[in-house]
Design a protein around this ligand. Structure first.
Ligand SMILES: [Fe+2]
Ligand SMILES: [Fe+2]
Length: 326
């Protein structure tokens, strides 16, 4: 039996360390990078010339790359959905907490994340390659539709989700960075790499929170982990749609493009899962109740099972014509 009766107690135990977590996993605002550090400065005389160079370099990037970069940007731009979802977790109370504890974490994390969509969408605007109206429509739909990622308001399930999701964004931004470099675009490469570094820090934070919860409430944490793995982690972009508002298979087309250029693949999904299992030392966790023992065995066997399935997946060779790309 856990010494803590419920999740609210566990979460408030963790919240006692919040200042230390913020210091370790988030950057001080004044010295943090900002989108303008990496973009042409419109107050400068050579602005138009820099934009011209940016647009020339953009010509070298392939079609699927644009599809992926735009989809990634829309995902980042749906940040209001993520912030409000996290604020609604049990044990988080925006009014009573007065900016302390988990409210402090969620706000500060959001403030860092907010730079990602800002940087990427400004780049896309300047690139001359993107139908900004079509992209904005998709973004507005994604925020307006909201999402259901299967976590309910449970903090344990939410932290499994964010641990996974931050790793997934780290991988995809890291890959768009190296592809940009290969296509002779060091400027865009630097942008994606900066974002990827943020995502990695965030992933470490959420993984740490789960590690701490495993110490305090192992059975419930294990059950939450297994439940999220069973449901599969759905990417926020899963709910994407285009102009005309049709609920479509747009996410599949986006995901196919990402698989084709190797930015995010089914194998990556399995690798992230393996990483979490190792990081949380799932196989060594003891003191579990019967249900949690079963959950641990289920989770431990899952990567090998998914790996066999990943081998069999066929990706369509042809690109889908996205309204986003001019
Ligand atoms: Fe992000
Ligand atoms: Fe993130």
């Amino acid at each position: 039996m856990s010494q803590f009766a419920n999740r609210v107690e566990v979460m408030s135990e963790l919240a006692k360390n919040m200042d230390a977590y913020v210091q370790e996993y988030l950057n001080p605002i004044d010295s943090n990078w900002q989108p303008s550090d990496m973009l042409p400065d419109s107050t400068k005389e050579n602005f138009l010339n820099e934009v011209k160079l940016l647009q020339e370099a953009a010509q070298e990037l392939p079609y699927d790359y644009w599809a992926v970069l735009i989809g990634d940007t829309i995902t980042e731009e749906a940040l209001p959905t993520y912030e409000s979802w996290l604020m609604a977790m049990d044990s988080v109370n925006q009014v009573e907490d007065q900016g302390q504890g988990w409210v402090q974490w969620i706000r500060s994390w959001t403030a860092e994340e907010n730079r990602h969509g800002n940087l990427l969408s400004t780049y896309l605007y300047l690139s001359g390659k993107v139908d900004m109206r079509a992209m904005a429509v998709s973004t507005q739909y994604l925020i307006s539709d909201g999402f259901d990622i299967g976590t309910s308001s449970d903090p344990y399930r939410n932290f499994v989700y964010t641990s996974f999701q931050e790793m997934a964004t780290n991988i995809s931004h890291r890959r768009t960075a190296s592809l940009a470099k290969q296509h002779g675009n060091p400027q865009l490469s630097r942008m994606c790499a900066q974002i990827a570094a943020d995502e990695l820090r965030h992933a470490k934070a959420y993984r740490r929170f789960v590690s701490e919860i495993f110490k305090l409430d192992p059975s419930e944490m294990m059950l939450a982990f297994a439940d999220m793995m069973k449901k599969k982690i759905v990417m926020p972009a899963h709910f994407l749609r285009e102009i005309n508002g049709q609920k479509s298979s747009l996410f599949e087309h986006f995901s196919d493009a990402a698989q084709r250029i190797g930015v995010y693949t089914t194998q990556d999904y399995v690798t992230i899962m393996q990483g979490l299992i190792q990081d949380w030392e799932v196989e060594k966790i003891t003191g579990l109740n019967d249900a949690a023992e079963k959950a641990r065995d289920y989770v431990a066997a899952l990567p090998a099972r998914l790996e066999r399935l990943a081998d069999r997946i066929k990706i369509p060779e042809l690109s889908y014509p996205f309204t986003w790309i001019a």
